[in-house]
Write a protein that binds this ligand. Structure first.
Ligand code: NAD
Length: 301
């Protein structure tokens, strides 16, 4: 394959995603700040550059997978866009960042004579390793056509959501549903416990009725009904409380950006923020049920 790809940010997600591009036959030059990520990239068959700027110099496509919007914009504005020698280089950002940061990143790319696209993912580290990620893409049709085969090498569901920023918009709306629905499922189990209803009975009813949702039937917050859910594994993530708190913080930023009144979303964001400030940061987000249960025990005392 003649497309040359630069991959910046070889962490939990970026490392296996870049490895899948190599597996698909792309020439990939990678860079990260952390030696262990660099070594893993080298082992996976990436060429490792001395800096992010060196990595992008001769790239046709640049993919970033970084912690947050400040990292993406900092890199773009700090010399990455200027270092790319090929006019019209396609900069795809797959990090989860705020919608307005994604639009800023896109505009910076265009002003520098390049092209920009947001393509955040869901599916976690397991999906990154298995090349089964879902990509939510914001960008124009022409750039989407260029990106599609590359994203297909890392994922199995690629949805073009619209113009710049709308990939991040889809991601933030999806995770708003997920965060709220996990609290709803957890409150229902805790209420059931207090009414004397077994987890199994509630699961049998709700999973086959209108309470059915991913938070219940895939990531069930109580041990037992769904054997593969993190609740059966000491709430090891999965999807961490820290990432849910981050994503609902981005939802709050989107409420402010658009003047949207979303009372339950704002409360869910506060609940996960408090959860992630303590032990919850490193636990699966479904461990929020333990906070709800403990709160009820405290209230009863
Ligand atoms: P991570 O912290 O493991 O990886 C980020 C990497 O970026 C790190 O290795 C870090 O060293 C590197 N980095 C930071 N600044 C850099 C710079 N200036 N130059 C080069 N490298 C730099 O995080 P992750 O779990 O891989 O997540 C990456 C993004 O994907 C985040 O935005 C996250 O919200 C999103 N995401 C994560 C998951 C998940 O389950 N981990 C799921 C969906 C989306």
């Amino acid at each position: 394959m003649s497309t040359t790809i630069a991959f910046i940010g070889l962490g939990h997600m970026g490392g296996p995603m870049a490895a899948n591009l190599v597996r698909a036959g792309y020439r990939v030059t990678g860079f990260d700040l952390v030696p262990v990520a660099i070594e893993a990239g080298r082992t996976a068959g990436l060429s490792i550059a001395a800096s992010a700027e060196d990595a992008v110099r001769d790239a046709d496509v640049v993919i970033t997978m970084l912690p947050g919007g400040e990292h993406v914009i900092g890199l773009y504005a700090g010399g990455l866009l200027a270092a790319a020698r090929r006019p019209g280089t396609l900069f795809i950002d797959s990090s989860t960042i705020a919608v307005d940061d994604a639009r800023t990143a896109h505009d910076l790319a265009v002003v520098a004579g390049h092209r920009g696209m947001d393509a955040p993912v869901s599916g976690g580290v397991v999906g990154a390793e298995a090349a089964t990620l879902a990509f939510m893409v914001g960008g124009n049709d022409e750039d989407f056509a260029v990106a599609l085969p590359i994203l297909q090498a890392m994922g199995k569901r690629i949805v073009h959501c619209g113009g710049s920023g709308l990939g991040q918009a889809a991601k933030v709306c999806n995770n708003l549903i997920l965060g709220i629905s996990m609290i709803a499922v957890s409150e229902a189990f805790v209420l059931g416990e207090r009414l004397g209803l077994s987890h199994e009975a509630l699961y049998q009813v709700a999973s086959n009725a209108s309470g059915q949702c991913w938070a219940l039937t895939t990531n069930c917050p109580v041990p037992g009904p769904v054997l593969t859910s993190p609740a059966n594994n000491d709430y090891r993530p999965g999807f961490s409380g820290a990432l849910m708190a981050k994503d609902l913080g981005l939802a709050e930023a989107a409420f402010a950006l658009t003047g949207t009144d979303a009372k339950v979303g704002a409360l869910a964001s506060e609940i996960y923020r408090n959860f992630a400030a303590g032990d919850g940061a490193m636990q699966d987000f479904s461990a929020i049920i333990n906070v709800i249960r403990a709160q009820n025990a405290e209230d009863a005392a």
